[in-house]
Ligand binder design. Structure first.
Ligand code: PMP
Length: 460
């Protein structure tokens, strides 16, 4: 095997190997090969887009010596832009969501970025939203350039020039199916588009999408796999898809529930020796689904965007998996949950009367209150819960004249219930409740499945 010598780390972007997924693909006629993007110098597929965007900005005169690169990114694009930017002599400012794990900011700082924290928990139009904060920085700092990966054509172009040709060459033109997740859409649009053009249209392109993401037809409600899918904040007025994404390149979407994605990422590590992130789990889960229907002359390539090292405290942690209801082993809350009856959830803009009516069916008498959203076919995500309310509190308020049935629920709303995962033990659930809480919201697959009152968790 030839070992490379590079004069710059920038030369170690792209040129990633394919690995046959022999164990996960056992019993499936079509071979499945994984494109190992975690082997890029910055650890992800986004190194390619970062290099391409910076070089294009220099070429177009948008980025000049002494300039500043600005981007809203908590993760891989930030790392890529920081490595490329610092190597080429620029200042780099990364806008990071205040919900992101602190390690993500730490790694950006380690590479030499300046980190600015802002919220993503408000509608996209809100001036406080991370995207708008970053936009303002780019306007105010002289010589600043906003990379804008979502709408930057140099993002998909990176994959037309590198990822697509690599896969074509590595498979000797035998690739028949290409599977990738869709975040900005750069990877699937560029790579998928190239493979289609070069094969004369015979390559099928499959988008691997979180079940509730809007790309594949979901309602845009939250999910747990990071960095892919299209989310819709309930308060957002106008929504549009990134310009880096071309819907016509994708032939079909496989809509993968969080649990299937996360469990597949864990299998990749244990069975194939590939420690990858959760979006790789989504992609491989989709590739397995597709490959099962194919024959020995087909060849599936699935792209693994990043390493699992950044998610040791999430998908690769048993405790985290149990806490969010993705893993159920041993002494769990399942038997208590099955006895708890269906979950009653109340919309945040309901009236007191409507809430009380809904609560008549609530076994525990307590309901989580969720942000208003028209349709929620996948259940209430823990991220959507804004508070809780009990039947007793509402009845008391009506009885003493503190509220009328037509009044808004808001002023009577209590804090959100603490959450426990169905995979946790009764002891762990009791510890979460402590002295302060009367009930817990039980999560299955990250979504509310029932309310367990303290009494149900009592010893004995
Ligand atoms: N997975 C991970 C881990 C990523 O960081 C990204 C980039 N947002 C993607 C998937 C999606 O790639 P793209 O933006 O090219 O659609």
């Amino acid at each position: 095997m030839m070992t490379a010598v590079h004069e710059s780390v920038l030369d170690a972007i792209g040129g990633t190997p394919l690995f046959r997924l022999a164990r996960l693909g056992a019993g499936i006629a079509a071979p499945i090969y994984a494109k190992a993007e975690f082997l890029n110098i910055g650890g992800s597929v986004k190194d390619r887009a970062a290099l391409s965007m910076v070089l294009a900005a220099e070429r177009d005169g948008l980025l000049k010596p002494g300039g500043t690169i600005v981007e809203a990114t908590s993760g891989n694009t930030g790392i890529g832009l920081t490595i490329v930017g610092r190597q080429r002599g620029y200042r780099v400012i990364a806008g990071v969501s205040d919900k992101s794990a602190p390690e993500k900011s730490d790694i950006l700082r380690a590479y030499g970025a300046e980190v600015v924290l802002a919220t993503t928990a408000v509608p996209a139009e809100d001036p406080a939203h991370l995207f708008n904060v970053v936009q303002r920085l780019a306007e105010e700092i002289p010589g600043a350039w906003l990379a804008n990966q979502y709408d930057n054509q140099a993002n998909p172009d990176a994959h037309v020039r590198t990822t697509g040709p690599e896969i074509w060459e590595q498979t000797g033109g035998r690739v028949t199916h290409f599977v990738a997740g869709v975040g900005t859409g750069g990877t699937i649009t560029g790579t998928g588009g190239y493979l289609k053009d070069t094969s004369g249209g015979t390559v099928t392109v499959i988008g691997a999408d979180p079940e509730s993401s809007m790309y594949g037809g979901g309602d845009g409600s939250p999910w747990y796999v990071e960095s892919i899918g299209h989310f819709l904040h309930p308060g957002t007025v106008e929504d549009r898809w990134p310009k880096a994404y071309r819907a016509d390149v994708v032939d079909v979407f496989e809509r993968v529930p969080d649990r299937e994605s996360l469990l597949t990422a864990r299998r990749l590590a244990r069975e194939e020796g590939i420690l990858a992130g959760p979006s790789s789990g989504t992609a491989v889960a989709a590739a397995l689904r597709v490959a099962r229907g194919l024959g020995p002359d087909d060849l599936v390539v699935v792209l693994l965007p990043d390493s699992g090292r950044s998610y040791l405290s999430k998908v690769h942690s048993d405790a985290w998996m149990r806490q969010w209801g993705f893993l159920e082993e041993g002494d769990t809350l399942r038997h208590l949950l099955d006895g708890a009856g269906p979950l009653v959830a109340v919309e945040a803009d309901a009236t007191v009367g409507e809430a009380l009516e809904a609560l008549h069916g609530a076994p525990g008498g307590v309901a989580p209150v969720v942000l208003a959203r028209a349709a929620r076919p996948f259940g209430v995500s823990a991220a959507e819960v804004v508070g809780a309310v009990s039947r007793e509190a509402l009845a008391a308020a009506l009885a003493d004249g503190g509220a009328k049935p037509g009044d808004p629920l808001g002023p009577l709303l209590g804090p959100a219930l603490p959450t426990v995962g169905v995979g946790q033990s009764p002891d762990e659930a009791r510890a979460v409740l402590g002295e302060a809480h009367g009930a817990a919201l039980v999560l299955v697959d990250g979504r509310g499945a029932g309310v367990l009152p303290r009494a149900a968790l009592a010893h004995g």
